[in-house]
Design a protein around this ligand. Structure first.
Ligand SMILES: C[S@@+](CC[C@H](N)C(=O)[O-])C[C@H]1O[C@@H](n2cnc3c(N)ncnc32)[C@H](O)[C@@H]1O
Length: 278
């Protein structure tokens, strides 16, 4: 039986916890106060950032920042790397540490490990949460002057458009992520070339004219940079010097098509409600 003195002398082991936070895209300006407080209060910080300079900035906030970047390797499946990231974070949570995973942009957008790590931590009874960040998507709306509410906006991982039969709506914006590795079935390459992008163009050409103007976009990651905006024809995408940190935007190619049947139905409801109100 515990005596009062033995009860007070035994330290209560602290439960580990996990917070996956976003660093935003641009160094120095996108980190939210809440994400910052998770970083400084953590026992250990894991980092998957876009830029060595951004990582150096994070190291000024915390003395134990462990980079996740070295786990990437050409020829090694990214899924293996992402599972390792989850294990690294979870091992420290299980050891009773307050763990903070810092990911560039938004930690939940086109990012497998933060979602998985949070799911696993919660399944094991630990406190785990995600703190949003400013993503490439947010920067794109601002830099390109796009309001996704105007015509609607579809987002796809570029390879998914090739591996699966998807339906596109060319009256809305289309945002394609990870075009730099489009068609990579191994998940182990850092880049795919023009032949793969030509397959993407052929698939897109079912819904878009080949001379449709598309945008290759790169948001600034350093405050000294300006956003990269290249307007090219869809047919020229295979030969474009596209990098892994660019996103492709297809503006609408056709006008919104009115739906008279639904509009009539709504008009009939309007009329009924107006009658009822009289
Ligand atoms: C693994 S996802 C990570 C996205 C990130 N979590 C976010 O919130 O923006 C990588 C993809 O994000 C996009 N991306 C990354 N950096 C970018 C940048 N500086 N500008 C535009 N798009 C970028 C590209 O489509 C790239 O293939």
């Amino acid at each position: 039986m515990n005596t009062p003195s033995s009860h007070f002398s035994e330290p209560i082991p602290r439960r580990g916890s996990l917070a996956c936070v976003g660093m935003g895209m641009t160094l120095g300006s996108h980190l939210t106060p809440l994400a910052h407080s998770y970083i400084v209060q953590a026992d250990v910080v894991f980092a998957a950032l876009s830029d060595a300079v951004v990582e150096a900035w994070l190291r000024r906030m915390h003395g134990d920042v462990r980079s996740l970047q070295p786990y990437y390797r050409e020829g090694k499946s990214r899924m293996r790397t992402y599972r390792q990231w989850v294990d690294l974070m979870l091992d420290e949570v299980r050891a009773g540490k307050r763990v903070c995973g810092v990911f560039y942009g938004h930690p939940g957008i086109f990012a497998w490990s933060p979602h998985k790590a949070i799911e696993k931590a919660r399944d094991e009874g630990f406190e785990a949460r995600m703190e949003p960040g400013i993503s490439a998507e947010d920067c794109l709306y601002a830099d390109l002057g796009i309001d996704p509410g105007r015509y609607g906006c579809q987002h796809f991982e570029a390879s998914q458009l090739l591996f699966y039969e998807r339906r596109l709506d060319p009256s809305a914006y289309l945002v394609l992520w990870q075009v730099g590795v489009v068609g990579d079935r191994s998940l182990a390459r850092f880049a795919t070339g023009p032949a793969y992008r030509q397959v993407l163009v052929d698939v897109l050409a079912q819904d878009y004219p080949l001379d449709h103007e598309i945008i290759v976009y790169r948001g600034a990651t350093l405050p000294i940079q300006t956003p990269g905006v290249r307007r090219i024809r869809l047919r020229d995408l295979p030969g474009d010097p596209l990098t892994a940190v660019e996103t492709v935007v297809l503006p609408p190619a056709v006008a919104l098509k009115p739906n008279p049947a639904i509009q009539e139905r709504l008009a009939a409801i309007d009329a009924l409600e107006a009658d009822a109100g009289r």
